[in-house]
Each structure stands twice: as C-alpha cells, then as structure tokens.
Design a binder for this molecule. Sequence first.
Ligand code: ZN
Length: 93
Amino acid sequence: MHSDLIGKVEKARRYAEEPERIKFSHLKAHFNGGNSEHEIELKDNHWTCTCSFSHTWGTCAHIMAMQRILTPMLTPEAIHDTDLKLDSATVEA
Ligand SMILES: [Zn+2]
C-alpha cells in the first residue's frame, strides 16, 4: 500500500476512537420499532419521528434511543431538544 494511504488509514483509526470530533447536522434514518418501521430525522437540531407517540409528546423511544446512541456526535442543542417536553410530560425514567 502507498505510504500516504497507510498514514490516512492510521489517522482514520484514531478518529474512529474519537467520535466527539463528529457532529451530525442533519440525518435521516429508518428505525425498526418491532411492530412497525419509523422514520427519524434530525434537522436544525430538532428531532422528528413518524410514530404517533412523538406527535403527541414531541419525543419517543426511537428519538431517545438515537440520542443515547449518538450522544458524542450530537450538538448540545440536539441532545436537549426534547428536554422541555419531557419535563412537562412527567415521564418516569
Ligand atoms: Zn418514534
């Protein structure tokens, strides 16, 4: 392998261990919810999901799972986007 490429592969390995270097600004994903598939989107630090629960509560298990999985790669705004709604929902953790 070319030495320049070897250097890039080594750098990629180091980067992969530092996910906080990456911040998602926009993402779209399909979430297999068991009974049905949902589409999740993060746009302008705001989450949406196609499930009915999120339409009522502003968040859902799918969004919360994505936030947990992607925490190091999310802006503080994207992590806390659903906080206010959760407080008023008095959801047990
Ligand atoms: Zn959902």
